[in-house]
Structures are given as C-alpha cells and as structure tokens.
Design a protein around this ligand. Structure first.
Ligand code: ATP
Length: 482
C-alpha cells in the first residue's frame, strides 16, 4: 500500500506535459514542500495563483513556505486570508494553530486546532497534538460543531442532524432527527479491532475499497489531478458464510473516515411513509458526515426487484433507495456505499446502473491461499498440535470461511470432551481436523445450484453471472461435490 506523496521529480516530468494543469501544480508544490525545496515550492504556488488568484490551496502553500522559513507573521497573514475566504478550511486552521503556538499563544493555538478537528473528522496531527497537550478526539468533543457550509465536500459532525443542508429534500418539513446505532468517527475506540488482516482472501475487494475511499483521502490532489472522485457504490455478493459480513465489519477498522452501518430494524417501520423517510435520513446522515462509508448488509431485503413486489410500500422503498443512490446527485460525493447480499438475483436491475452499485464483486468460497490464511487465523490462540496445514487446505475445497470455522469449533469441542474424560490436556490435531472436515459437506453447494438456475433464466444479462460461471469453470474450484 502506498504511503507517501509521489516524489517531486515524477511530478515535474508530468508538469512538462501539462504545464497549466492546476491540480498537478498544487501536487508538485506540496511535494516540494515535503522535500523542503522551499524556493521551488514558492515559485510553483505563485504560478498556480497566476492561473487562479483565488486558489486557496496555493495561498496556503505560500503561507506554509513562510512558516518553514521562520516567518510566522507572513504565514499568519496568508492563512488568515484563506480562512476569511474559506472559513471551513481545516488545513488553514491547523497552520494558524502552529503559528500561534510558535508565538507562545497557546490559547489561540488550541482554538484553531479545535476548529480544524471539528471541520475535518479525519484530521490528526500527532506532533502538534503532543505539543498542545490535546488530541483531535478531545477537540471534536470540546465544543459545538461549526456551522454547516454550503459545499458538500466538508464534513459536519453528527450533532447537526436537524440542519437543512440539502436541497430537494421531501422530508424536510417538519425537520426529522434520526440517530444511527452504529456510527464511528475516525479514532473511535468502539470501532472494534477487526481489520482487513482478519479477513482471508478477497484481495480484489480490499483494494477496490482502498481505491474508492482510503487512497482518495490520503492523496486528494492526486485524485483531483487524474479527475477521479471519492466514493461510489460496491455490491458484494456470493454464497453464505464466505465473509461478506466480516468484511463489512473490517471496513470499519480499516478506513480513515466516518463509518455508518445500518441495521434493517432501523429502516423498516409499520407507519406509511416512515420507512422511506428513515432511509432518506440514513443517506442524509452519511452526506452530512462525508467522507463516510455507508454499509448495508442483507441488501436484498431493501433493494428487491420491483417486478416481484406486490405491496406499494415496499416498491416506494426501492424507488427511494434508487433515488438516494443516484450518481447524478452531487451531494453523494465522498460517500462509499457498500451493500452485501447472498441473493444477487433478487435485486432490482436498476441498482446496477452507473452511479449506483456499478461495481459488483463476487466473493467466492476461499481459494487455497485464502483457506491457508483463514486456517491460520482460526488456529491462532487454540491448543493445536503443530501441523502442516497443506492436507487440511486440500481437504476443504469448496468450504466457506464459516464451514472452516465450524470444523475448528467442532474439533475443539471433541478435543475438549476428550480432555475432560481423560483428565489430560488433548490438543487439536490435524487428524482430528481432517476427520471433522471429511464428514462435512460444504454449505455453499446449494447456493451455487440456486445461482445456476437464475443464471440460466437471465442468460448473458449480467456480469454477475459471468463471474460465477468463470469461477465454476475453473477445475480447482469445482473439484468437490458441486
Ligand atoms: P451471509 O451471506 O450468510 O451473511 P457472510 O458471507 O456474510 O454470510 P460471514 O457472516 O461474514 O459470512 O462469515 C461467518 C463467519 O465465518 C465469520 O464470522 C468468520 O468467523 C468466518 N469467515 C468467513 N469467511 C471468512 C474469511 N474470508 N476470513 C476469515 N474468516 C471468515
């Protein structure tokens, strides 16, 4: 995973091809700043200001050059100009915090630090936090959130849900307040310890999530330069027990932004119109807290094919969902919506149009390397005799992660029972695991049968079925009972 800015020489080369590309100029200026080529940085930011005299990032870049050159008042004048132009520019407040700290005015330094932390929910600056004796988390808690800004690109903390920030809101009157059960801000200790490292396999999916939300937050200017946006929609589908839900939990522990997971019970409501309103409020909450990942497990319960729905209430919900996800809604920028289902054939095809869940990723039963990873994870912290897991990997073709977990749980039970009856510690051995695995048929089998039936009915209409066919036509995947 990349963790640094592109270096300045690569950007200088790119600029030669496209000398007036403002985004590239800003990127190059930032790279020069990072490498402390201050004269070059100043020249580049000056060129950016010649192209656009109101370019706040360029002005801020020059302010940083002044600060690094030991001229805090020159830095303050420019940073304050940025703040008067863009009161919600978190970077400008951060710089002002550093300026005031360097001048011994810790009161104003903390004021600007708090402001930056409240504006940008992902902000953290360990060095400054140490010097100020205050963490970004404390800062976010300390004072009321800043007033909302018209731009959709800034985040507002969760406290401001009743504000009327979005146009075209059919549910605005009267204002409706909804609070999610599972909302995590960055650094929240309750986010839980599950990360991508706890999920075996799914490398393509992990990278896709990073590309859509993690990297854009790490390299915003690079994304701008390439004209790529943050967020979008990803549909995860596949047989039960293969780790889709686990993956959704791991996203919480992995992404450096707000995270909102929605339970079905938070949406469905017996009162007419309330279910759509709840769904709308969920999206509004995500938008008000962008950048944000919004997660729906069991998507098929919400996004059903309208041709199969009898009740008008359910159809209204699907229409509302489609409307909320519309790619043309500019307010959806910086939101990544991830939906998971084991019944992809039951979804309304309109969800697969560009701008909605246009990326569908098949999560098959784990392949051999993924099984090796899951076996290692399952064996961790258990009384297991040293064994070479190659035999177990071979014996569990077609097993889902949940099947593998069952094998380990069952073997642990049997070993425990033997330990109780013999009064001796009995380790879980490879032979025991193999015996349990051999007696178990993979639970993914019936899913593939169902998927095959639907694939025959919808020949060639959806790439989802092609991915599954490709999986089944690979000999190593169809080796067992299937
Ligand atoms: P469903 O479609 O029925 O909701 P699912 O695909 O969401 O199933 P999970 O609930 O995530 O599957 O998996 C069940 C359990 O199986 C997990 O909690 C985990 O213990 C184990 N498991 C499944 N897949 C993996 C995996 N890829 N890596 C590690 N553990 C896994």
């Amino acid at each position: 995973m990349p963790n640094a800015m592109p270096n300045s020489s690569a950007l200088r080369d790119a600029l030669q091809q496209s000398p007036n590309n403002l985004s590239l100029l800003l990127l190059y200026g930032r790279a020069c700043l990072e490498e402390l080529h201050l004269d070059e940085a100043r020249e580049v930011f000056d060129r950016a200001l010649e192209i656009d005299p109101d370019q706040a990032d360029a002005m801020l870049g020059i302010a940083k050059v002044h600060f690094l050159e030991g001229d805090p008042s020159g830095a303050a004048v420019r940073a304050e100009r940025v703040v008067s132009q863009e009161p919600h520019n978190a970077q400008a407040h951060l710089l002002l915090s550093r300026v005031f700290l360097s001048e011994g005015d810790s009161g104003r330094a903390i004021e600007h630090f708090d402001r930056a932390a409240q504006i940008d929910g992902t902000m953290s600056d360990p060095a400054l936090e140490r010097e100020l004796g205050r963490t970004a988390r404390e800062a976010r808690k300390a004072a009321p959130a800043p007033a909302p800004e018209p731009s959709s690109s800034d985040s507002n903390p969760i406290g401001n849900l009743d504000q009327e920030d979005f146009f075209d809101d059919p549910f605005d009157d009267p204002p409706y307040e909804w609070r999610p059960e599972t909302f995590y801000a960055p650094g929240d200790p309750e986010r839980g310890g599950v990360t991508f490292a706890d999920v075996g396999g799914m490398e393509e999916l992990k990278e896709e999530i990073r590309l859509k939300i993690t990297y854009p937050l790490q390299f915003p200017d690079l994304y701008k330069a390439y004209g790529r946006k943050t967020g979008g929609g990803i549909l995860i589908y596949g047989p039960p027990g293969c780790g889709k839900t686990l993956m959704l939990r791991a996203v919480a522990g992995e992404v450096p932004c707000n995270y909102l997971a929605v339970g079905l019970h938070e949406i469905f409501d017996p009162y007419f119109g309330s279910t759509e309103r709840n769904l709308h409020q969920i999206f509004e909450t995500a938008r008000a807290n962008a950048p944000c990942v919004l997660v729906f497990d069991d998507l098929d319960s919400l996004a059903q094919d309208r041709r199969q729905i009898r009740e008008s209430q359910m159809r209204n919900l699907v229409n509302q969902f489609l409307h909320e996800m519309d790619g043309i809604r500019s307010e959806n920028q910086r939101i990544l919506v991830i939906g998971a289902t084991n019944q992809p054939w039951a979804l309304d095809p309109a969800f697969r149009r560009p701008g909605r869940f246009d990326q569908a990723i098949f999560v098959p039963p784990p392949d051999a390397p993924a099984r090796a990873q899951i076996i290692e994870l399952l064996a961790k912290d258990k009384p297991i005799a040293d064994f070479d897991n190659a035999g177990l990997i071979e014996a569990t073709v077609g097993f889902s992660g949940a099947d593998l977990k069952w094998v380990f749980d069952r073997a642990a039970e049997l070993a425990l029972s033997a330990a109780i009856h013999t009064g001796q510690p009995v380790p879980i051995t490879l032979d025991l695991l193999l015996a349990v695995a051999k007696a178990h048929a993979p639970t993914t089998q019936s899913w593939f049968e169902g998927m095959n039936t639907h694939a025959k009915q919808q020949e060639g209409t959806d790439s989802m079925f092609n991915d599954m066919r490709k999986f089944l036509s690979t000999p190593s995947n169809s080796k067992k009972e299937r």
